[in-house]
Design a protein around this ligand. Structure first.
Ligand code: PSU
Ligand code: MN
Length: 301
C-alpha cells in the first residue's frame, strides 16, 4: 500500500472527474528562495484554479505522498530546512522511511501517474549538463519523460544546461518535444533559442489529442511541451550568456556536483542578475500553469 494523501480540493476533483494539474515541489525547496518560493507556489495554484482546473502540488511529507498540499503544508514545506530532493531513484526510499522530500520533475511525474493525473506544469526540466562528457550528469527527468505518460509543460530545459545535447537525448528517447506557437524551442528565461522545434502546436486541444493518441497506440511515455516565457518578461539569451558562464565556472571551481549543481547555479544566477532571473522564472511558471490548465481541461472533456 502506498501511503497517499489527497488535499481536500484534489479529492473533490477526483470524485467529480474534473481537470487536475500536478505541480512539483523541488522548485519550492531548491529552486527559489523563501519567501518568493511560497508566494509563487500560491500564485501558480491560483492561476490553475482561475483556469478552471484544480492544482495538485506533490511532495513527500513524513512518509506520506501528498497529492495536493493544504495551505499550511505548503507553508511548512517552503520554510523547511534540509529537505531531500527526490527523483525516481529515491522517492520510494523516502516514503518507506517516513521522511520528507520535495519531488523533481521525474518524481512528480511518477506520483502524478499514480494519482491518474495526466498534466503537470513546472518551470524548466533538467537535462544534459554542460561538461556532461566528463561528469556524465544527465537529469533523470529525461528518462522519465520516455516512460511515464504525463504531459509536462515547461519553458524548455533550464538554460544552464547544454540545450542542443538535451534535445538530442530527448529525440533518442522518443520523447515528443512540442513548441507552443513558434518554430524554435524556448530557452527558459529567454523566449527563443536557435534550436528548431521537432514539433509545433498552437492549441491546448492539439496537445491533449497528441498525448491521448500516444496512449491509444500503446506508445509509452509523456510529452514535453516547451512554452515560451511571455516576451515582456524574458531576459535575452545574449544578456544571460556571460552570467551563466560565470556561474558554471564557479560551480566547477567549487567542485559542486550531483544534485547540488542545479540549485547552486540557479542561486548564483539570481544573485548575479539582482533578482531578475527569479522574476522571469516566476512569470514563466505561471504562464506554464495557465496552459497546463487548458490542456487538462481538454483531456478531461
Ligand atoms: N523548474 C524551475 N526550477 C527548478 C526546477 C524546475 O523553474 O528548480 C527543478 C525540477 O524539479 C527539475 C530539477 O526536475 O530542477 C532538475 O534538477 P537536476 O538538474 O538535478 O536533475
Ligand atoms: Mn544531475
Amino acid at each position: 500500500m502506498i501511503p497517499m494523501t489527497y488535499s481536500a480540493e484534489v479529492a473533490q476533483a477526483r470524485s467529480a472527474g474534473t481537470a487536475i494539474v500536478a505541480l512539483e515541489s523541488t522548485i519550492i525547496t531548491h529552486g527559489m528562495p523563501f519567501p518568493q518560493n511560497v508566494e509563487t507556489a500560491r500564485l501558480v495554484e491560483d492561476d490553475i484554479r482561475e483556469g478552471g482546473a484544480t492544482p495538485a502540488t506533490i511532495a513527500v511529507m513524513n512518509g506520506q505522498l501528498h497529492i495536493g498540499l493544504e495551505p499550511a503544508e505548503l507553508d511548512a514545506l517552503g520554510q523547511a530546512q534540509d529537505v531531500a530532493k527526490l527523483s525516481r531513484a529515491d522517492i520510494a526510499a523516502c516514503i518507506a522511511a517516513g521522511k520528507t522530500g520535495a519531488t523533481t520533475v521525474a518524481a512528480t511525474m511518477i506520483a502524478a501517474h499514480l494519482a491518474d493525473i495526466h498534466v503537470f506544469a513546472t518551470g524548466g526540466i533538467g537535462g544534459v549538463h554542460q561538461g556532461a562528457d566528463q561528469s556524465f550528469d544527465i537529469s533523470a527527468d529525461l528518462q522519465e519523460l520516455a516512460q511515464t505518460p504525463v504531459t509536462v509543460v515547461a519553458a524548455g530545459a533550464k538554460a544552464i544546461l547544454d540545450l542542443p545535447k538535451t534535445f538530442e537525448v530527448l529525440e533518442t528517447l522518443g520523447v515528443p518535444v512540442i513548441a507552443v506557437g513558434q518554430d524554435v524551442i524556448p530557452a527558459f528565461w529567454s523566449a527563443t533559442s536557435d534550436i528548431t522545434a521537432p514539433l509545433r502546436m498552437d492549441t491546448a486541444a492539439q496537445i491533449a489529442a497528441a498525448q491521448q493518441m500516444r496512449g491509444a497506440m500503446g506508445i509509452k511515455g509523456g510529452q514535453l511541451i516547451t512554452n515560451p516565457i511571455p516576451k515582456e518578461a524574458e531576459i535575452p539569451a545574449a544578456t544571460l550568456a556571460p552570467i551563466i558562464s560565470q556561474a558554471l565556472a564557479e560551480a566547477d571551481a567549487q567542485s559542486i556536483s550531483a544534485k547540488a549543481v542545479t540549485p547552486f547555479l540557479l542561486g548564483r544566477i539570481f544573485e548575479l542578475t539582482d533578482g531578475q532571473s527569479l522574476k522571469a522564472n516566476i512569470a514563466l511558471v505561471r504562464n506554464n500553469a495557465r496552459l497546463a490548465a487548458q490542456i487538462a481541461i481538454a483531456m478531461a472533456a
